[in-house]
Design a protein around this ligand. Structure first.
Ligand SMILES: [Zn+2]
Length: 311
């Protein structure tokens, strides 16, 4: 991380600056010069690795690498930060294995490898682990404290094909999942817009299902802030207004932020939507493995699906 932050990783671009003559193209995708910016923001292989991980696949458009890393390092999600940093490290190690050992790059493997590393590390360091769990229990809208409200969790993602996919889960006052849905649409949209459309969809579902008292959770802080009029994003202002109109039609509704690691049920449905398209279920959705997608690996507290689209 330190070498990345200082931009002194021996990428091909940095080696070239030191006067070494070599092929400058990215060894993973061959689409452009291999710099840190390319490897960790633009390279399709990195996007797939992030996509396959528990963190989802949202690299902000036009963000500077340092700004993006800093955002992660200061975010209030200790497990997410751990996984993010481990992913970067594993990806760099994977890139080296490709160059020096002829390894075939495998984003799903890297994502799972990073996750098991984090789990193993936390098991071996219970004090760190406890701190992470304590902060998780503070930020999680726990089932026990949500007894007066239904909870709806929503998430968005995108397929390699350009489709936008969403997933949502409705839990009743006892924390039981009573309704699950996933949706796929043949539209292209920036992540911010996709997430905003997801929250609007959740509000529509709440309206359709006659759920008047509900807390809606999204892991897109910008969308939540925009709907709650704490910030302003031209790209989603109209959708945010739609959301407020829908909220006005419901009895007791709020839209709140939740960290990605705590939005795993909705995230898993995003993965499922890539496979099954638009579906709804009463209760819990069947495991994605039912639809014969490779490697559904159970992780701590939730099921992590392989997020690489079925080929
Ligand atoms: Zn590349």
């Amino acid at each position: 991380m330190w070498r990345l932050a200082k931009n002194i990783l021996p990428t091909r671009s940095n080696l070239h600056k030191k006067g070494i003559t070599l092929d400058l193209l990215c060894p993973l995708c061959s689409s452009e010069e291999e710099s840190s910016q390319h490897l960790f923001l633009k390279c399709d292989m990195f996007k797939l690795t992030l996509f396959a991980s528990h963190l989802g696949s949202h690299i902000p458009i036009d963000i500077d690498l340092h700004d993006w890393i800093l955002k992660w390092l200061v975010c209030q999600d200790p497990l997410g930060v751990q996984l993010f940093c481990t992913l970067l490290w594993k990806f760099w190690a994977g890139r080296n294995a490709v160059i020096f050992n002829g390894w075939q790059m495998d984003p799903t493997f890297l994502a799972l490898d990073a996750l098991s590393f984090v789990q193993e590390f936390n098991e071996a360091n219970p004090s760190r682990n406890r701190r992470a769990l304590v902060s998780q229990s503070i930020s999680e809208p726990s089932r026990s404290t949500c007894t007066s409200m239904n909870s709806m969790f929503v998430d968005a993602g995108c397929c390699n094909s350009g489709h936008i996919v969403w997933g949502l889960v409705l839990r009743n006052l006892n924390g039981e999942t009573v309704f699950s849905a996933c949706k796929r649409e043949d539209i292209t949209a920036e992540p911010l817009l996709a997430e905003a459309l997801g929250v609007r969809w959740a509000l529509q579902v709440a309206t359709d299902q006659g759920v008047n008292s509900v807390s809606i959770y999204s892991d897109a802080a910008n969308v939540v802030n925009c709907i709650n009029k704490r910030s302003n994003f031209a790209a989603i202002n109209l959708i945010a207004q739609d959301c407020r109109n829908l909220m006005a039609g419901l009895g007791n509704v709020s839209v709140m932020f939740i960290s990605r690691t705590q939005n795993c049920d909705a995230h898993n449905l995003v993965s499922l939507a890539k496979v099954v398209g638009s579906r709804t279920w009463l209760g819990v959705a069947p495991l994605v493995s039912v639809y014969s997608v490779s490697a559904a690996v159970p992780a701590a507290g939730c099921n992590v699906f392989s997020c690489v689209p079925a080929s």
